[in-house]
Structures are given as C-alpha cells and as structure tokens.
Design a protein around this ligand. Structure first.
Ligand code: GDP
Length: 426
C-alpha cells in the first residue's frame, strides 16, 4: 500500500491535525518526520479537545502505531507531558515509538532561542521559543545529541562538554548569562533517559518492514509549504523541511513509496509569526474572521497568540501545493466563511515594480507586493451540518470550484467544522 503524506499548503494551521485524525482511522502507522513542539495540531474527538505538539495524530486509535522519526526535534518534556495528559483524560495507552536516531531538544536550545529573539528585538522572527532553530543549527553543526547517546555516559559527557565550551562563551559574553553546568545537565538527561527508554527503537527498520508488508502508513507534516527553509519565505521559515518530499528522509522510508500527497488548504489564510503575508487583513475585518476561524478562534495552539489573518491567496497556495507535490487537496474551514455576503480572494500579486504575477516570487521580491483581489459571492448561511457536496449552497460549490481551478488540483474532501464527522467526501 502506498504511503500517504498529509502536509500543509500554506503557512501552517490549515487543520492537518483533524485531517490526519480522520485518515488515521484507516492507517496502521502515523509518523511525524520533521519539526518539534513548535506547532500544535488540534484534534477534537470523543475524548475531548487536544493540542498535540510532539505526539503523532494517530494516538487516539488503539490500532495505530505512532512513530517519531529521526528528522524531528524531540522535546522529551513535552512528549512525556502529552502522554501523561492522554492517560489523565482516559485515552487508552497509545503505541508510540521514537527513533533512537532522533536528536533531543536540550534545555539550552530553548534558552538560546529565547535569548536570541530578545537580542534581535524588533527584528526577531516571531519564534515560538521552543528551541527549534538552535536545535537544528546544532544538528547540522554536528553538535546534536541522538536519543541513543543518552545511554552512553562517557560519550555523552565528552560530546556535551565539547558543545558547552562554545555555548558558555556566548552565554557569558554575548548574552550576559551564567554558564551551563555540565553536571547538572547530565543529571537532568539521566532522568529523561529512563523515561524515554521504553519508546526508543530502530524505527527505520520498523517502517521498512511495514512498508514491504503493505501496511498503510501516514506521514504527517508540521507547519506548511511556505515555512520550508528552501522553498518558503526564508528567513521567516522554520528550521526543518515542511515538504512531503522530506518525509522520506525524516521518517526513513523509500522516496518512491509516497504516492499520495494530500495538501491541506484553508478556505482563507492565517499565519503565525513574522514575514510577508500578502493577502493579510487587519483591524475589524481581521477580527471578524479571526473570532470565527477554527474551533475557537484563530489563536496559536502553542503560544495562544492571535494569528495574522488574510483572504485565500491563490498565488501562495498554488505554489505551496506545487512544492508539496500534492496529488489531491483537503479543503478546511469552509464553514467559517458563512458570515460573508461577498468573499474577497487574492488571485495575483502586484509587485513593487508594478508587475502583476501569479507566480509566487522569491522573498526579496515580496517586499512591497500587494494582493490583486476580486470578490466571489458568499452563501450567507451555516453549512456545518452539510455532508454531501451537492447539498452545499450553489455559491459555496462555486467557491470550491474556483479554488480548485486556481490551484489546478482536485479537492477530494471538504471540512465544514472541527469535528471528525464534519467532512464532505467528493
Ligand atoms: P494544524 O496545525 O494544521 O493541525 O492546524 P491547527 O490545529 O493549529 O488549526 C486548525 C484549527 O481549525 C483547529 O482549531 C481545528 O479544530 C480547526 N478546524 C479544523 N478543520 C476545521 C473546519 O473545517 N472548520 C472549522 N471551523 N474549524 C476547523
């Protein structure tokens, strides 16, 4: 059975958690392959409402094996808290495995993230301060610590003291902070080691065997295409690739096995953090959309920050779906637009030099770009109870068809509310 990827077409928060939760019902494996605890997937089911940051979205199904792949940034604290939260709220103990190659987000990664954002002041990137950028910087500088190294005391001590030597110079002389104490850090890591041990496994072998035996595997991306470090709005990007193509690397599965790529697209736009956001709206117009969006307004699942709001952006979304290699789309939050008599959409950009384009430009050229907006007729009613496509109001059908044409990829499912059953399959 081919592997299915669920990924974001936009800036994140498209509703991937809900779509993964729905698809996990028919999957044997759900795999996280990038990112860490810096974004949250909201899932609403019979156990209540959950914002998962570290755990894969399949944890509510007893038949699903959940895997945290080597490409992720493992925040042990958050992971253990989330497992505890599931237990406290009556969710049966999920099956979770963490690759023993996964590297750990260290307390000093979170500290450096915070200190650097403070140092940058108004030039900061709007980081969630979960240590993700310092974590990936260390990983590629070969200073990261793999989970398996927690059980090799001499090696751990030697690698950490090498890494801390440079970090402590920065702490003391750039940030004016006390140095990190190696012994205290080792004690803290020792505690994590004991707690993480039952979950660690060579998940690459596990997934290869599963793939060969035809098991259904779902890989879930975090954030969205426009946050990809190579193809997104760098430097306002995240630190690991958000693309379906990276799932092969970050999960450890053959590239050719990912045959189905579902890009989750929002019926309007939202964005957390700094960076260009061409179809952005502000003031009352934004508030009206923000308060109606998602299941309880558009506020960050990790930070609680109000999300930046905008109209559907066909330029960014077509590009996002292209770089994701989307084979089909899942449209979410269509119900949210029911309050509008006419719905603005952005179909092109006017660049600072006056050029009108439908091609998403490189970040340096986005400065000063403006949206070219048009309006589509709204449907002015509640569609959250609709379950068949042809039962939607004609203007909602036209909106979906307009989006499909603007992006050039079929919309296979339409979500009309945050709950599992609020879904229209086409
Ligand atoms: P993710 O990171 O892509 O999983 O997205 P988030 O969980 O951060 O944000 C999606 C928000 O939209 C959550 O509050 C979901 O409960 C909610 N949501 C998902 N699909 C729908 C939908 O079709 N309609 C509405 N109203 N809310 C939705």
């Amino acid at each position: 059975m081919p592997v299915t990827a669920i990924v974001g077409a936009n800036w994140g928060d498209e509703g991937k958690g809900k779509m993964t939760d729905v698809l996990a019902a028919h999957s044997s494996f759900v795999v996280r392959y990038q990112g860490g605890s810096n974004a949250g997937h909201t899932i609403i089911n019979e156990y209540g409402k959950f914002a998962l940051h570290m755990l894969p979205s399949g944890v509510f199904y007893p038949h699903v094996t959940n895997v945290i792949g080597p490409g992720t940034a493992l925040d042990a604290d958050v992971l253990l808290q989330e497992l505890q939260q599931l237990e406290d709220r009556g969710v049966p103990k999920p099956s979770v495995f963490i690759s023993d190659r996964t590297q750990l987000v260290m307390p000093y990664h979170r500290l450096f993230d915070q200190l650097e954002e403070e140092r940058l002041g108004s030039l900061s990137f709007g980081s969630t301060r979960r240590g993700i950028a310092p974590f990936y910087a260390d990983k590629y500088a070969k200073l990261g610590i793999q989970a398996a190294e927690l059980f090799e005391p001499a090696r751990l001590r030697s690698r950490l003291s090498q890494s801390l030597a440079a970090k402590n110079v920065l702490l003391e002389h750039l940030y004016g902070m006390p140095p990190i104490d190696l012994e205290a850090l080792l004690l803290e890591l020792n505690e994590y080691a004991a707690k993480l041990q039952p979950y660690l496994l060579n998940t690459t072998e596990l997934l290869h065997r599963a793939n060969q035996s035809g098991a259904s595997i779902l890989v879930e991306g975090q954030l969205g295409a426009l946050r990809d470090p190579d193809h997104g709005i760098y430097p306002y990007s995240t630190s690991s690739s958000t693309l379906a193509g990276f799932a092969s690397v970050g999960a450890g599965i053959p590239p050719g096995s990912i045959e189905r790529v579902i890009a989750v697209v929002k019926a309007y736009s939202s964005c957390v953090g700094a960076g260009p956001f061409i179809s952005e709206i502000t003031g009352e117009e934004a508030n009206a959309l923000r308060l109606r969006g998602g299941d309880a307004g558009e506020f960050g699942a990790t930070t609680g920050r109000p999300r930046r709001m905008g109209w559907f952006d066909a330029v960014a979304t077509r590009y996002g779906c292209m770089v994701q290699g989307a084979t089909e789309l899942a449209l979410t939050n269509l119900d949210v637009l029911g309050y509008l008599e006419a719905i603005p959409v952005c179909s092109a950009y006017r660049l600072a030099n006056g050029t009108i384009t439908q091609e998403f430009p490189v970040n340096a050229k986005l400065e000063g770009a403006e949206p070219v907006l048009s309006k589509l007729p709204g449907w002015s009613c509640d569609i959250s109870g609709v379950r068949e496509f042809d039962q939607l109001p004609p203007n909602a059908i036209s909106y979906v068809e307009w989006m499909e044409q603007a992006i050039g990829i079929r919309i296979g499912s339409i979500s009309v509310g945050p709950h599992r059953d609020q879904l229209i399959k086409r």
